[in-house]
Ligand binder design. Structure first.
Ligand SMILES: [Zn+2]
Length: 260
């Protein structure tokens, strides 16, 4: 059975920020799906290295992207290429332009970049989500990646765990709700690339390294169960390809997430 998936990445969303914010949509997905508020990202806890690690299932020292400037020397087949090679369609929607380098030419069905990640007040994230939803209703795919950038912007501008940062998480929750309502037949994985502290991230401090992972629509990871530690962002790509019945490449470092 083919199942369609949405992978949401909320940039810089701390687990305790998610807990503090009013997030009825993610709360409901956690209550019926599976989740952890104690997953780990990789060092350096910086956006492009971390998202590359999510898609490549390899640490930055192996894929070679250690700053927000892309270098392609260490890039191998990642989530998008492996899915495409197995005959699955993948589309990508994002409002941070560096993410155009997440996959190599020839793998994506659709890519949409909107230069609106700076808001205001998360309006760009809502616009991007609506554009993604419109595209996916016209042209459903097996895996769609939706990246929401404003939470990180609010953290840098106002501080992690500040009122505007918490409001940005609540806005991301509304975005996920828009997608859930419009695309009810998609399973979901929701996570973050890193956390943050004060007005920055990038260190190995717990506030920077801990991220949430929420899985919804999985045949066995459900019922509101808490995923046992350790879960890494390196495990997300293996979980998604395994869910589609595609073998996990040997050079990937992560493993499909299981219930324990
Ligand atoms: Zn980030």
């Amino acid at each position: 059975m083919t199942q369609r998936h949405l992978l949401f990445l909320v940039d810089g969303m701390r687990p305790d920020g998610l807990q503090q914010a009013r997030t009825p949509v993610m709360d409901q997905l956690m209550a019926t799906g599976a989740w952890t508020l104690d997953a780990r990202t990789v060092m350096p806890s910086v956006t492009l290295p971390c998202i590359m690690s999510l898609f490549q299932s390899r640490s930055p020292d192996r894929h070679g992207v250690t700053t927000n400037t892309f270098v392609g020397d260490g890039i191998e087949a990642g989530l998008i290429e492996v899915m495409a090679a197995a005959g699955h369609s993948v589309s990508s929607f994002y409002n941070w332009e560096q993410l155009r380098d997440l996959s190599r030419p020839g793998a994506l069905r659709t890519a949409l970049y909107l230069n609106n990640g700076h808001g205001p007040e998360g309006q760009g994230d809502l616009e991007l989500t609506q554009a993604a939803v419109d595209a996916l209703r016209r042209d459903p795919v097996d895996l769609a990646f939706i990246y929401l950038g404003y939470t990180d912007v609010a953290g840098h501008d106002h501080g992690w765990m500040s009122a505007p940062y918490i409001a940005a998480i609540e806005n991301a929750d509304r975005c996920i709700g828009v997608a859930l309502e419009a695309l009810p037949d998609y399973a979901m994985v929701i996570t973050a690339d890193h956390g943050g502290h004060e007005r920055a991230h990038g260190t190995d401090r717990d506030e920077d390294m801990r991220v949430p992972v929420i899985i919804h629509g999985h045949p066995t990871l459900n019922g509101g169960r808490q995923l046992p530690a350790p879960v890494s962002i390196l495990d997300i790509a293996p979980t998604l390809v395994d869910w589609h019945g595609v073998p996990v490449p040997e050079h990937w470092m992560g493993h499909p997430i299981t219930g324990g």
